[in-house]
Design a protein around this ligand. Sequence first.
Ligand code: PEP
Length: 254
Amino acid sequence: MARKCIIAGNWKMNLDPDQGFELIEGIKAGFKPKANLEVVVIPPMPLVALAAHWVTDSTLSLGAQTSSSFRDGAHTGDTSPELLRILGCRYALSGHSERRGDHHESDAQVAAQAKAQVEAGLKTIVCCGESLQEREAGVHINKIKNQIGIIYDTLPPEYWGEVSIAYEPIWAIGTGKTASPVQAQEIHKMIRDHIESKAGAQVARSTAILYGGSVKGSNAKELLGQPDIDGALVGGASLKADDFSQIIQAYEVS
Ligand code: PEP
């Protein structure tokens, strides 16, 4: 069976309630559901509860940009994954490069977060990817393998089906530079092979591996057409309904 395609829009720390509502209305207006496609909107944390209402009469799914690695308790300022699920989230990101960079989240912390998310009933999209310096130094493959491997070492096997991966080369995030479809496919294949070595062929075959890094309407079709690219994690181009809809439509025609 074909793997699911996930197109997820990460709004980051952008948009106010009116703009968020308008964006979701715009996406819904142009959206024709397709059997194997899931579209996820990922607003900033304070908008999650509102967005849960905005998506209710649609097939759009809701996600969160991060969560605590604890279920609840004395963790001031953190967000419980359990609460996110109760509010209506189906997904949460873990280990976005901006969280790893701005908040020094280590591979082990990202894995703990992913574990808390799946234990709370969320699906986790684990982000990985290298900086330009790491790519140029030739250490990117090992870095990505470590970022992915620890997830399967940390999560019990019954949760492996709740994991998707987003390969996001840091040098392509918000820069307008995209990994070429060939470059992206090469890394996605390597990630799938690594998942196979950690979790077996069935898990590797069924895990969605998304690409992220300056995806837009004009490059989405070719990227999504690669055999191991199963969707897109979109930042900048997810903030306008027309731009995001073009990416969604690129899947429909590929
Ligand atoms: C992201 O931050 O996940 C991302 C891919 O951003 P952009 O699409 O703007 O490069």
